[in-house]
Write a protein that binds this ligand. Structure first.
Ligand SMILES: [Zn+2]
Length: 207
């Protein structure tokens, strides 16, 4: 084989290598684009998942950590309506000052959520029986304990032994519940900050 022939063959091989390298680079570019696309899709799914979780969470938001006064008011009104139509049949001695007891609000929210889940489930009879037999009584006992110093006409919060006043819902009740919601998200039941909807025993409204 002549030197020229060898050079020609070497040139062909070099061109082949260069061609394959070019093809490899194109493949890498395609793969990179596909990978970027896949990562964007994953990020979108994660965002949708987070949004779904947030929306689901909004169905039963935690009262104790709530910071938005409008959402807090919506929660109170929703709970108040459920208490009036459902819970009072199970717990007729619930004092009307329950919106002023954060733990009680939380308990009632949980009871409403589990009651609705039982009603909406295909296994409703079994779940509702479980709600009635297992969930209801401990919650009633806990609420009764938390409101041991309260009755139909008097409320006493956990931070002050002297604070014993009436609780009144304005008409419409949503107005008072809005005030209670703002009080809760702002002051968190801090001592010395009386809740709205209260009337001192001497008849002077506290706020
Ligand atoms: Zn009370």
């Amino acid at each position: 084989m002549s030197e020229q022939t060898k050079l020609d063959q070497l040139g062909v091989q070099v061109n082949g290598i260069a061609s394959r390298q070019s093809a490899t680079e194109k493949t890498m570019q395609v793969l990179t684009r596909q990978l970027t696309k896949a990562m964007n899709s994953l990020a979108t799914l994660q965002e949708r998942g987070a949004a779904t979780t947030s929306e689901e969470g909004a169905a039963t938001p935690e009262w104790l950590t709530m910071t938005d006064p409008q959402k807090a008011a919506d929660v109170l009104v929703e709970t108040w309506q459920w208490v009036g139509t459902v819970w009072l049949h199970h717990h007729p001695k619930l004092s009307p000052c329950w919106p002023l007891h954060p733990r009680v609000v939380e308990d009632l929210r949980a009871m409403r959520a589990t009651w609705k889940a039982a009603c909406d489930s295909p296994a409703a009879p079994a779940l509702m029986t479980g709600w009635l037999v297992q969930a209801r009584r401990p919650i009633i006992d806990g609420i009764t304990e938390a409101m041991t110093h309260c009755d139909e006409t008097r409320h006493r919060d956990a931070t002050s032994l002297e604070h014993a006043v009436c609780f009144q819902l304005t008409d419409p009740p949503e107005l008072t519940l809005m005030e209670v919601a703002e009080w809760w998200v702002t002051f968190r039941g801090a001592e010395g900050v009386p809740a709205p909807g209260l009337v001192q025993l001497d008849g002077v409204r506290s706020r």
